[in-house]
Design a protein around this ligand. Structure first.
Ligand code: XUL
Length: 554
């Protein structure tokens, strides 16, 4: 197995509480420990592809013929054991025993199917030799991954049953999406009813991992549940009209179990003895609800109205907080994981062709295909200029926004005509079109005069590329742009959730601060690094983008 990275600072000689955030994303599981001032005291990561026996590629198994993308649940469990062992090595037993609360952020939409033996196996976790033995409590060893695009037929049924994509977005916050859990669960019922029937509980990755931490089945979480196309966000219930698609709605409701309304009110449990004997966690350590990786990312920093986070991970996501429920088939709305009053919603765009598509352009520009340096890509970015009405689309994988099959297409002129240009020009064109799509689609959720963001924060692996962030900022045209000086915003958000939930739980008698006031009070501006950028990017680029995208789709 490859050597896995870890880092820590000394935490000796102190007995104040610490907090653990777990980030279980597509390609890796990360864990971060912070103190109550949100300073990181330990950070470790385990790549799923380094776990040889699971044979994953970028964390998943892909079947291009069926468009199915799945992930082995046992790899997540092996990674959790390994990451906790690494954290113990990094920060030591006494710091591990100071961890007072745990929360987590997991890849969204991924479903895990428990069988009848789940409650008893979870209760006896301590008797297992490895977490991966829990595989015996699953009715399917694989989880459907968010990159799965095999549920087109089920999506059509979801929209038909409520009268179209607008209605589905108005109820669930999103039009039907192939990766969303509801269409995935319906497909399982239609293609493999015996497995559906022997499933006693259907979890999302988030409440699955929280269950594994506390050794009992825990509820779905109120923000991540919005990624299922099943949950009526405003009425806070599974929508009876949509549930009809499943026949026996009572059975599905039992399988889904309850939804926890406000994550910070109560812990979902205490940590299982399994982790106390092996990793020195304290038996009084509380486990709070785990949420999705995107809802957790907005908890990494004080995100105010008209601020946008652009997360440059395997997927590109753009995230905003919103005071009003303004649904649209063009984007997603989720309940905010920690706010009970305004801003109570999170708006999101999620692109499948983020980092991997940019890497393909980078690899073409690197003479040695094994070279992963961004120097040539960055050089091409700054030595090419904006060209009127030249728009390129780079979707080596099926795309979510807009929904379409894999395609690479370059356009120029008005009306747009397909064309070709050199690989050199692709660097700027891919960054432009990725950002123009965000700028155009998020405009309805932004209330600035320009309908561009007030502040943009770049996070995720791609945000390490300063040159690229500068070009991205010029296209997005915010008033200010920053890169976050955090090793991992999503894991940080999960850890911040643990800090806040512990703070609320410890302040039962007084009235605790809202999440926004709390994060603002503990935030220090040295965590955000300003990005300088050219403010003269032409506004007409947005119209040219819209015209070219129309040509691509029609
Ligand atoms: C969001 C989405 C992805 C995954 C990545 O809808 O599908 O961002 O959450 O883990």
């Amino acid at each position: 197995m490859a050597e896995l990275g870890s880092s820590s600072v000394s935490v000796e000689g102190n007995d104040s509480p610490l907090f653990l955030g777990i980030d279980m994303s597509t390609q890796q599981l990360k864990a971060v420990v912070v103190d109550s001032s949100l300073a990181v005291v330990g950070h470790v990561a385990v790549q799923f592809d380094d776990l040889d026996k699971h044979n994953t590629v970028k964390g998943v198994y892909t079947n291009p013929d069926t468009k199915e993308v799945t992930a082995p649940v046992a790899a997540w469990l092996d990674a959790l054991d390994l990451a906790l062992g690494k954290m113990l090595n990094a920060i030591g037993q006494s710091a591990m025993s100071r961890i007072a609360a745990i929360s987590g952020a997991c890849q969204q939409h991924a479903t895990v199917y428990w069988n009848d033996s789940a409650p008893s196996m979870l209760a006896q976790l301590d008797s297992l030799s490895h977490l991966a033995d829990l595989q015996a409590a699953l009715s399917i060893p694989l989880s459907h991954n968010w990159q799965d695009a095999s549920t087109g037929a089920q999506c059509r049924l979801f929209e038909q049953v409520v009268g179209g994509s607008d209605s589905l977005a108005a109820i669930t916050g999103s039009r039907a999406h192939r990766r969303f859990s509801g269409p995935q669960i319906l497909k399982l019922l239609q293609v493999d009813e015996p497995t559906y029937n022997k499933t006693s509980r259907i979890a999302l990755a988030s409440n699955f991992m929280a269950s594994v931490m506390c050794g009992s089945l825990v509820p779905l979480e109120k923000s991540d549940v919005c990624g299922m196309n099943l949950w009526d966000i405003q009425n806070q219930r599974f929508d009876p009209g949509i549930l009809q698609l499943f026949g026996d709605t009572g059975d599905l409701l039992r399988k889904l179990g309850p939804v926890q309304e406000i994550s910070s009110n109560t812990a979902v449990g205490l940590v299982s003895p399994y982790y106390c004997s092996r990793y020195s966690l304290n038996p009084s350590c509380a486990v709070y609800a785990f949420t999705g990786d995107n809802p957790a990312t907005i908890l990494a920093l004080p995100l105010a109205k008209n601020d946008v986070i652009v997360s440059l991970g395997t997927s590109t996501t753009a995230l905003v907080v919103s005071e009003n429920f303004v649904p649209s088939p063009e984007y997603h709305l989720f309940a905010h994981p920690l706010e009970a009053s305004a801003p109570r919603y999170m708006g999101m765009l999620c692109y499948c062709n983020g980092a991997l598509a940019r890497e393909k352009v980078r690899d073409k520009l690197n003479l040695d295909p094994d070279k992963t340096s961004w120097d040539n890509f960055n050089h091409a970015l700054v030595s090419n200029a904006y060209e009127e009405s030249c728009v390129g689309f780079y979707f080596p994988l099926s795309e979510i926004v807009p929904e379409c099959d894999p395609v690479i297409q370059r356009y120029s002129g008005t009306p747009p005509k397909t064309t070709e240009w050199s690989a050199e020009k692709d660097a700027l064109r891919i960054v432009e079109s990725q950002m123009l799509s965000i700028r155009h689609r998020l405009a309805p959720l932004l209330t600035t005069d320009s309908h561009c963001a007030r502040r943009v924060f770049f996070v995720g692996g791609g945000s390490r590329n300063e040159t690229m962030c500068s070009v991205m900022a010029s296209v997005l045209a915010p008033q200010e742009a920053y890169r976050l000086n955090l090793s991992d915003a999503c894991a940080a958000g999960a850890a911040h959730m643990a800090v806040y939930c512990h703070y609320v739980a410890s302040n039962h008698s007084s009235s605790p601060m809202s999440w926004s006031d709390f994060i603002q009070s503990r935030w220090s501006n040295d965590r955000q690094v300003p990005v300088t950028f050219d403010k003269s990017y032409p506004q007409t680029a947005v119209d040219a983008f819209v015209r070219a995208e129309f040509s691509l789709l029609n």
